[in-house]
Design a protein around this ligand. Structure first.
Ligand SMILES: [Zn+2]
Ligand SMILES: [Zn+2]
Length: 131
């Protein structure tokens, strides 16, 4: 697709949180967020990889590899990469707590100790409530 060899390495990296991928200027490796596949599909994963490869190849050719450059936009259009990675959906909260004093509801991925945490707004105690 790029008519250039890819001579470095590309990894899935779970530490990427909100970005789809990242090209590293120092050692030329690419990190890809596995959620780009797990939350979407292979076509989306491919578009994200192609986006990072546009940075990669332009950088190695000594061209302007920044998002705003016309080189970047042109290469992205030629190769069918995506300009923006799609937003990763929030994982659904497993637990709901309600403050027994002010009534605010907080959603959490994990249980927390009701003796240790108090409401940020009013200092009240929380109670686990059914969803
Ligand atoms: Zn980019
Ligand atoms: Zn409260």
């Amino acid at each position: 697709m790029f008519k250039q060899p890819f001579k470095h390495q590309i990894f899935f990296n779970r530490r990427l949180k909100t970005t789809g991928g990242r090209y590293h200027l120092n050692d030329h490796h690419i990190d890809i967020n596995p959620l780009m596949y797990e939350c979407f599909d292979l076509a989306n994963l491919k578009a994200v990889v192609v986006h990072e490869l546009c940075h990669y190849h332009l950088h190695l050719m000594g061209r302007d590899y920044h998002h705003r450059s016309s080189d970047f936009r042109h290469l992205l259009a030629l190769t069918g990469g995506q300009r923006y990675a799609p937003a990763i959906p929030n994982r659904e909260a497993k637990y709901r707590y309600q403050c027994q004093t002010c009534g605010v509801i907080v959603n959490r991925q994990r249980r927390f100790n009701l003796q240790l945490y108090v409401c940020r707004q009013c200092g009240g105690r929380f109670k686990l409530i059914p969803k």
